[in-house]
Design a protein around this ligand. Structure first.
Ligand code: NAD
Length: 490
């Protein structure tokens, strides 16, 4: 923490349409996990900055043009914003790469998805239908989806701009104003996005960004502010629970997208090439730092050995290197603190009775794609979210056993299953206690579909009309059409 200027680029809060320092002038460095050196300085917010951001968002909602303008006008501005995101894709992508070590080849996908999130929700808000109900009593009722108000969006570091846009885009499209708090490990792309929103002509105070930490800092202050109307959070389940309690004090509705301990079921009849390649993507892409990662790979016994041989070979073939090199497939973990956490699971795997088939600690803050087998049923590796490139492969015999193993977790975000048997695919999908099932694939998203988790993985759903339900206050208007006796009530 410092208030002494350096020669590194500086990224401020964006409050009320202006990029600003913290009220007390404090800054913090953003560390590049590949070089393990600071590469940018960022405004370090405190409660006063959170308060200023909510004040700006409140004023923009209560008095500004954004909630009052037509959907088509908002749509036009959000598309202009998406155009600018695409035009500045390299700058945004490199910011996320430098902040968290995600390979540029993968970040390109995040830039495209970020722009698409704004385009999709801009159009969705225009096209989404509201119900009109003709009533027997000679009246009709219709629904108005009115913006909820000031939305606080609190984001994690694993898909910085993409997950931020997943919240900010529907909130803005439905006429709300937003205060975004990015994760402290990945602050930079949020400031760049907010600069671009101003350039696109989005009015001041509509999209605010405030940087800082969670507990006793900006994050906590935002969740305790009674002027806020919605809180949307993505991050750890433990944090979600804390935020939920803070929001409950002021009866603020929350949407929580949280952790996962997801299973990847490979049945004996699966197309093995397809199963191996998606399973590798699922657990090793983004160095395993994906909430949806299929970290428990359950393989039916007749193909267990063959799957394992191919899976280990594919894991060992992944290219490690500088995340800014387009050929790199995996880089360091996002921060030293996170590296130490994942390393702890790798270091203890054999102590608790398991075996490391491949992988282990790599250079710098990296963990090589790691495959564990023979993990005892009560090992923490099998029930806790590791959030790193660590796959645990286990055999199973029957469909019932696979479903029981997959459901034996307090989480319930997603599952993948690989089979060529159509009936089995439908049957098992229905039995898995999760928010999403991917059959013969992984991480294919349609923004109209519900997204979220059950149990400790989530509260609520976002996507398409599910986002509309969260970011609006639906209002019923009942109107008399034909003269009807006054006693036709209720
Ligand atoms: P985290 O919970 O540590 O932090 C997330 C955000 O919450 C950060 O911006 C942080 O500053 C803020 N925060 C922390 N404590 C707070 C508090 N008391 N009040 C207000 N804000 C607070 O999570 P993380 O380490 O950044 O992200 C990794 C986690 O996110 C993993 O568990 C992963 O599974 C989960 N995740 C879930 C999804 C999903 O869609 N379900 C997607 C991505 C990541």
């Amino acid at each position: 923490m410092t208030d002494v200027p350096t020669d590194r680029p500086f990224f401020g809060h964006v409050i009320g349409g202006k990029e600003v320092e913290s009220a007390d002038g404090q800054r913090f460095p953003s560390i590049n996990p590949w070089t393990r050196e600071p590469w940018a300085d960022v405004a370090l917010g405190a409660a006063a900055d959170a308060e200023a951001a909510v004040t700006a968002a409140r004023a923009a909602f209560d008095e500004g043009p954004w909630p009052r303008m037509g959907y088509a006008e908002r749509q036009k501005l959000l598309h202009r914003f998406a155009d600018l995101i695409e035009a500045h894709g390299d700058e945004l992508g490199e910011a996320d790469t430098r902040d968290m070590g995600k390979p540029v080849a993968q970040v390109r996908h995040d830039v495209a998805r970020t722009a698409w999130n704004f385009r999709f929700f801009a159009d969705h808000a225009v096209m989404a239908m509201a119900e009109t109900l003709p009533m027997d009593s000679g009246h009709h009722a219709y629904t108005r989806y009115e913006p909820a108000g000031v939305v606080v969006a609190i984001a994690p570091w694993n898909f910085p701009m993409m997950l931020e846009s997943w919240k900010v885009a529907p909130a803005l499209a439905w006429g709300n104003t937003v205060v975004l708090k990015p994760a402290e490990d990945t602050p930079v792309s949020a400031t760049i996005m907010a600069r671009l929103a101003i350039e696109a002509g989005i009015p001041e105070g509509v999209f605010n960004v405030v940087h800082g930490y969670g507990p006793d800092s900006v994050g906590e202050a935002l969740t305790r502010d009674p002027r806020v109307d919605r809180i949307t959070f993505t991050g750890e389940s433990r944090t979600g629970s804390i935020i939920s309690k803070a929001a409950a004090e002021n009866l603020i509705p929350v949407s929580l997208e949280m952790g996962g301990k997801n299973s990847n079921l490979v049945f004996a009849d699966a197309d093995l090439d397809n199963a191996v390649s998606w399973s590798i993507q699922s657990i090793f892409r983004n160095a395993g730092q994906i909430c949806l990662s299929g970290s428990r790979v359950l393989v039916q016994r007749p193909i267990y050995e063959e799957f394992l041989t191919r899976f280990v070979a594919a894991a060992e073939a992944m290219r490690f290197g500088d995340p800014l090199d387009p050929a790199t497939e995996f880089g360091p973990l996002a921060s030293q603190e996170h590296f130490e956490k994942v390393k702890g699971y790798v270091d203890t795997a054999e102590e608790v009775g398991g075996r490391i088939l491949t992988g282990g600690v790599g250079d710098g803050w990296s963990i090589r794609p790691t495959v564990l087998v023979d993990m005892p049923a009560d090992s923490p590796h099998l029930c806790e979210e590791i959030f790193g490139p660590v796959a645990i492969v286990e055999p199973f015999d029957t469909e019932d056993e696979a479903v029981a193993l997959a459901n034996d977790t307090p989480y319930g975000l997603d599952a993948q299953l690989f089979t060529e048997d159509l009936h089995q695919a439908h049957r098992v999908s229905a039995r898995l206690r999760v928010g999403t099932v991917w059959v013969n694939c992984f991480f294919i998203r349609d923004l109209r579909a519900p997204f979220g988790g059950v149990g400790h993985s989530g509260v609520g759903r976002e996507g398409g009309t599910f986002s509309r339900e969260f970011f609006t206050e639906p209002k019923a208007v009942v109107m008399q059409i034909n003269a009807a006796p006054a006693d036709r009530q209720g």
